[in-house]
Structures are given as C-alpha cells and as structure tokens.
Ligand binder design. Structure first.
Ligand code: AMP
Length: 283
C-alpha cells in the first residue's frame, strides 16, 4: 500500500492503474476510521481493482466555531486499518497541497440542495464538501466512488454534482453502519460521555418510530416530525437541532409522503453534534 501526500504523485499512480486497465474505486474520508468507513473500503475492495482512500480533514467544510481544531485524528491507526483491508493507496494530502491559495476563490456551488437542513444549520458546509470532492475526483479519477447513507444529504449533493457536471463517475451509496443500540458509528462519537453515549440512542429510536408510523400508513409528515421531536425532547442530554421528513432526491421538506421520503435528525449532546437519517418505508 502506498501512502501519498502529493497531488502529482497520486495522479500519476492512479493514471498508471487506469492505463493498465484497472478499475479505480475511491472512498473519500476525513479519517479517524470506524466501522462505517471500513464498510465503504471493504465494498470498494470487493468491487474494484485499484482502491484509493483519501484522508483529509477539509477546512473548507467547517464553519467558524465548528469542531475543525478538535476533529479526531489518528493517522497511524488509519494507515494500519487501510493496510489490513488491502487497499492500494492512501492519499493523505496536507492543507497546503489541497488549497495552494487559501481561501479558494473558485468553488463548487451545491445549488439549492446545499442550502437545506444541514446546509441551513452549517452555512457553506456543502460548498466545502462539493469543492473538495470535485478536487479529489479529479486527482484520483475513479470509475466508482463510495459514500455512506449516514450523510444522506451529502450523498445527494454528490449525486447531483456528478449529474449536473457530467462527471463519468458511478456514485455508490452504502448502508449506515450502527452500534448495537442503533447509534450510527461516527468519528464524533468519541466525544460523548458515557451518559451522552447512552442517551444518543434516542436518534435511532426517534427515526425508527417515524419509520414504524410510516409503515403503519401515516402519510402526514408533521405527525412524524412531532413524534421524532417528542422522542428527542424526552432525552435530557439531547438538544434537537432539526427533525424533518424530506423528498429523498431534492431534500425539500414534504407535508405528505407521496414518493421516496427520508426522515432526518440533527441533535446536540453538549458540544457534540450528531446527525442520522432513515429512508421511510413506502407503507
Ligand atoms: P467522514 O470521514 O465522516 O467524512 O466519512 C467518510 C465517509 O464515510 C462518508 O461517505 C460517510 O457518509 C461515511 N460514513 C460515515 N459514518 C458512516 C456510517 N456509520 N455508516 C456508513 N458510512 C458512514
């Protein structure tokens, strides 16, 4: 496995793989690997010949006052996990390599999808995500890129970017990996105290309740949102940021479920902000 820091070298190695007729699979990450990251890397390893994972904590997707400086980092551990999974390349550039001029003046506009929910709570977040992913796509040149459904709105933004910019990349969404109580694995879970960790199970409980109600035929999203808010509200450690039901493609909020819809929640546990979501059954 090669660990590459320079863009030119990453480009060269990936070009060589493609020239040799190998398909390139790509998993973009911010490191601090957990089972969610590993499921993406395994899937890429299973499906593609030459597999690249990037580790880059992208400053452009963090707002002022967010957790950029305390974001968990453990590169040594990440490298040994990537090695064990049999990946070909870890691309771990520094900020200067990715942003030769800071801040960049030319960025990727994620469109209206980027202004909703997570985008409203974190202005500029999806512009930062779309920009860095576009840059990474250009360096790696994958045929297939793997993203987690855990960050469903991010996945939707990337799908839309690939469509609107006519990028020749297959975007694969991978199921959310969860702990036994349903909490989605996340790099940020390490910040939770024992009590907060226990309380954080309320996110999945709330989403599951909405899913169950939808399965039972409830189509009114205000009722589903109220049920989710009630579940989070009953958890003293949690402070709700938003609960919503959206159209699964546009992420516009819907009042009635008429097609594929997704329930989403963002909540804070003291300083730690967690998000989760679930596709609602069609009943
Ligand atoms: P991150 O390092 O948090 O930027 O995540 C890198 C990739 O892993 C993204 O595509 C995430 O959606 C995905 N991911 C994060 N957590 C999970 C999870 N619990 N299950 C599946 N994928 C995940």
């Amino acid at each position: 496995m090669e660990v590459i820091r320079a863009i030119a070298m990453a480009r060269k190695v990936c070009n060589a793989a493609r020239s040799a007729g190998r398909t390139v699979g790509f998993v973009p990450t911010m490191g601090a690997f957990h089972d969610g990251h590993m499921s993406l890397m395994k899937r890429a390893r299973d499906e593609r010949d030459h597999v690249v994972v990037s580790i880059f904590v992208n400053p452009l997707q963090f707002g002022p006052g967010e957790d950029l400086s305390r974001y968990p980092r453990d590169e040594d551990r990440d490298l040994s996990i990537a090695g064990e999974l049999g990946l070909d390349v870890v691309f771990a550039p520094g900020v200067e390599a990715m942003y030769p001029a800071w801040p960049p003046e030319v960025t990727v506009d994620p469109g209206p999808l980027g202004d909703r929910l997570e985008g409203a709570a974190r202005p500029g977040h999806f512009r930062g995500v779309a920009t860095v992913v576009a840059k990474l796509f250009d360096v790696v040149g994958p045929s297939t890129a793997y993203f987690g459904e855990k960050d469903a709105q991010q996945l939707a933004v990337i799908r839309r970017m690939v469509r609107d910019l006519s990028l020749a990349i297959d975007v694969v969404g991978c199921p959310t990996v969860r702990e036994l109580d349903g909490l989605a694995t996340s790099s940020r879970n390490v910040f939770l105290s024992l009590e907060q960790r226990e309380a954080a199970g309320c996110l999945f409980l709330a989403l599951s309740e909405a899913a169950q109600m939808a399965r039972g035929g409830e189509r009114d999203t205000a009722t589903l949102v109220a049920a989710m808010a009630r579940e989070i509200g009953a958890t003293p450690e949690a402070r709700i940021d938003y609960a919503a039901v959206v159209d699964d493609e546009t992420f516009a909020e819907v009042s009635t479920i008429a097609g594929p819809a997704r329930a989403l929640i963002a909540a804070r546990f003291a300083e730690t902000r967690l998000i989760d979501n679930l596709l609602l059954p069609a009943s």
